[in-house]
Design a protein around this ligand. Structure first.
Ligand SMILES: *Cc1c(COP(=O)(O)O)cnc(C)c1O
Length: 376
């Protein structure tokens, strides 16, 4: 269930308070005129919530991926291996730093197929970019194994699985860096927004400077006399986004609890021989969507019609597969890569993702499970 469903009075109060406190909407300076540094507080809260050393709030998830790639030293001639089921933003960020995206297929977990990723490694490969899709962790043990074997860096795209864990660690904190998104469809939202997570101070330092025109925020100087050693860009988050983000983050545990109850209610009634998405060992998913595979085209359409009629709809699979599968991106990828991803496209075209909504009750999920069982 996305954070927009629970946006309400608390977020509104936080915004009103920000204006009552003087309406300083910028994250830097204006010290004498403001009561809080909300962006910095949001970052502190993220450090505590996800158990990582550094969090940098930025303007979007796409920006977070790009900034993290820059901070990890990825540039022209470097190859970055990511997966064929993702969102186009991941590929755009790789291309935007001048690197080459290399696309591995996904397996039945709908995340990176580790063996296929390994087969694509060349002497130019610098970084692995696993994408934790729709609430479920990538097999990070496999990713870590490849990283060690071939001396590669890891950037986790965790835009879609905020709050999920792998072997007790929050996703986004396992690799060299992680990217979160708070756009309006995500688990928690700030309208637009994102974060770069890392435990490496050198990565955080570069990311922090790069997202703010190279500003070092040197405490010895006023901002107008600030020091710099690299050039950057503007990917800053505003105080308005951060006050909403703080409230949303405080609701994350409750969102995850509500997701799980509904998911389990749906799962309970569906027959045990249903062909479900596999969940890697050691993972704690966030139950954002219930995904299963249906071979028979007629039955698949029957289920989709039911989901639409009952007001659940589907989540990207199959309604927005064209924006989430590399097979469709011949405007950015070459022919061979498109051909390689046929396998993923065939798999995704059998998949149905039932979204978990807060506005739908536990009972409604329970009876949906019953209806699905009758069709399957
Ligand atoms: C949403 C998303 C992004 C991009 O995030 P924005 O905040 O919308 O820029 C990147 N990767 C994945 C997998 C996403 O789902």
């Amino acid at each position: 269930m996305p954070g927009f469903e629970i946006i309400g009075k608390d977020e509104q109060k936080a915004i009103n308070q920000l204006f009552e406190d003087g309406g300083i909407l910028f994250a830097h300076g204006f010290d004498a005129m403001r009561k809080n540094f909300h962006v910095r507080e949001f970052e502190q809260m993220a450090n505590e919530s996800f158990g990582c050393k550094h969090s940098l709030a930025v303007s979007s998830g796409t920006a977070a991926i790009k900034i993290a790639l820059k901070a990890l030293g990825i540039g022209p001639d470097d190859e970055v291996i990511t997966q064929a089921f993702n969102f186009i933003a991941t590929i755009e960020a790789i291309v935007d730093v001048g690197a080459k995206p290399i696309i591995a297929n996904v397996d039945d977990s709908l995340n990176m197929d580790i063996a296929d990723a390994e087969s694509l490694i060349t002497k130019n490969t610098k970084l692995l970019l696993p994408v934790h899709m729709l609430g479920v962790p990538v097999d990070m043990e496999g990713v870590l194994m490849l990283a060690e074997k071939y001396q590669l860096k890891i950037l986790e795209d965790n835009c879609e699985s905020i709050g999920a864990k792998y072997k007790g660690k929050y996703l986004g904190t396992i690799g060299d860096a992680g990217a979160l998104s708070f756009d309006f469809g995500k688990i928690i939202t700030t309208g637009e927004g994102g974060m770069v997570l890392t435990n490496r101070s050198i990565v955080d330092k570069y990311a922090r400077e790069y997202h703010d025109h190279g500003h070092e925020n040197n405490p010895q100087f006023a901002r107008g006399k600030d020091t710099k050693s690299i050039y950057g860009f503007n990917y800053r988050m505003t105080e308005m986004q951060a006050v909403v983000g703080k409230v949303q983050l405080s609701k994350l545990e409750e969102i995850l609890t509500q997701n799980k109850i509904r998911y389990k209610a749906l799962e309970k009634n569906i027959s045990s021989n249903i062909n479900k998405r596999t969940i890697p060992k050691g993972s704690e998913p966030i139950y954002d969507a219930f995904i299963f595979f249906v071979e028979d085209e007629k039955i698949k359409n029957q289920i989709i019609n039911l989901l639409n009629k009952e007001g659940f709809g589907t989540k990207n699979l199959p309604d927005a597969v064209e924006w989430h599968c590399a097979f469709y991106w011949d405007h950015i990828l070459d022919k061979n890569q498109i051909k390689h991803t046929i396998i993923t496209n065939e798999l995704l075209n059998k998949a149905i993702a039932v979204p978990i909504w807060l506005r739908k009750s536990v009972d409604e999920y329970f009876s949906l499970g019953h209806q699905l069982k009758n069709i399957l």
